[in-house]
Design a protein around this ligand. Structure first.
Ligand SMILES: [Zn+2]
Length: 141
């Protein structure tokens, strides 16, 4: 047998062995895959939380995330606000669709200016105010 044939035979044998091994240990292998996937999801979640914490802190006044208007500190209420209300435009520009992607982008770009940490309430009020101004302006034109 040539060296190449030898390789082919070796490969075929290995493949057959893997197949049999899989069939015999299917349940255990699938369980391992499930566990690994769950672990990865958990890591990803923890990483996201840490990233969010880092980014929101960077855009707060202090050592931890806080709304720059009212001082709200509950993480669940806080998010990044585009100071000039050009969020939609920025989203199109850098092509992100989720908060997580924005946080990654901000960190990768060394926390550029133009952003601040706001709570949902302040964000909502700000949007309402802008809405009013926008409508008045349109009405005046
Ligand atoms: Zn607030």
């Amino acid at each position: 047998m040539s060296a190449a044939e030898d390789m082919d035979w070796e490969r075929a044998r290995r493949k057959q062995y893997d197949k049999e091994y899989y069939q015999e240990n299917r349940d255990r292998i699938l369980k391992q895959h499930r566990e690994r996937r769950d672990r990865n999801i958990l890591y990803a979640k923890k990483y996201q939380e840490k990233l969010k914490f880092t980014v929101l802190t960077e855009y707060s006044e202090g050592d931890y995330p806080k709304c720059v208007i009212c001082g709200e500190e509950r993480m669940g209420c806080l998010s990044i606000d585009h100071i000039n209300n050009d969020g939609a435009e920025h989203r199109r520009e850098i092509g992100y669709s989720s908060g997580g992607q924005l946080y990654r982008w901000l960190k990768r770009n060394n926390f550029p200016s133009g952003f601040q940490t706001l709570c949902m309430n302040c964000q909502w009020v700000k949007n309402k105010e802008n809405d009013k101004i926008g409508r008045t302006r349109r009405a005046l034109v």
